[in-house]
Design a protein around this ligand. Sequence first.
Ligand code: PMP
Ligand code: GLN
Length: 391
Amino acid sequence: MVADKLRPFGTTIFSEMTRLAIEHQAINLSQGFPDFEGPSSIVDAAVEALRAGHNQYARSMGAPTLVEAIAQQRRELYDLRYDPMTEVVVFSGATEGLMSSMLGLLNPGDEVVLFEPVYDSYPACIAMAGAVPRYVTLRFPDFELDLDALEAAFSDRTKLIVLNTPHNPTGKVFTPKELQAIAELCERHDVIALTDEVYEHLFYDDAAHLPLAAIGDMQKRTLSLSSTGKTYSFTGWKVGWGTGPVELVRAAQAAHQFVTFATATPLQHAVATAIRENGPQFFAQLRAEYTERRDHMLETIRSMGLEPTVPRGSYFVLADFSNVFEGDDIAFAKSLVTEYGVAAIPPSGFYPANPDAGRRLIRFAFCKKMETLAAAREALRAFDASRPTPN
Ligand code: PMP
Ligand code: GLN
């Protein structure tokens, strides 16, 4: 019964691996959600909003208190100015933001430039909009952007480029030079940029997040998306937003008003409080905690004999398992969950144009309590790299 355009996408690998993790009572390092609570003051703000009667439909583009908080935060963090009532739109998570933005901006046959490995919802959104993906491949181990390949992906049919930085699943943070190259191509081909910045506060070592909208004149052709899930560790709240010039926000809103109309009102009030009360100090603390988790995860991966890429952003690590396992990524993920009780994500599906580029890689999520990461290390201590493997 599933429509032709959606049939190729099946069930998301995140649902699939979390299901297997539950079935095998495994430690779930697959789907990217924290197993700890976000700040209790933010939960209190949600309870207060519910009690205060913020329980009917919100303004479709977002509760005034939240769009104002978002605009103020963008100004303070990045010196980017948006009119809260016309240049900010609240979505039910970045997932809805991606869908509504693409439905609102793309015509059938328009081309969209994307990077692979790709977050799985982008190709599905493009298919639902009837548009055509053009992939630029980022390869293990450094996932450096091939500027010639990028240039070759643009054509006179290109309408949009989708950029995710910090990047899931590679942990790559696009460099200023790469962002500059993307900006120049967008200008030259009159292309719109849709940026997915849900990991904007999660970067490590000497990395920093630079929004594409802050480069040159890019603000006028960039619709930037972000979300509360990763920053405040409430992935289940599904409150996200887009910021951009009026005409891009209006296009996304044209779809959003029919996709969800509005996002959960009490949670919008709570997120407005969260944004107002948790500034740079909170983000620095978040990064310090995630750096510790990342380093623990890297040590576990290395002790298994795998070769990880050190992520400079996001809360994922990609590692090459060629040294220790003969089969493909799906077989390796199955072996980990069934034999060692640890679930991870096989990423070849994130490489739609070159699945081979992901077949010897595995993704671990480290957005977990230190005790969970320690339990995973303990479980994986039994990992036997010399064991004969299937395939
Ligand atoms: N984009 C990327 C790159 C993600 O990793 C995720 C989810 N974790 C999302 C979008 C979805 O964000 P949300 O939960 O706000 O819908
Ligand atoms: N973004 C999360 C991840 O990459 C998954 C979110 C989802 O399941 N849709 O693991």
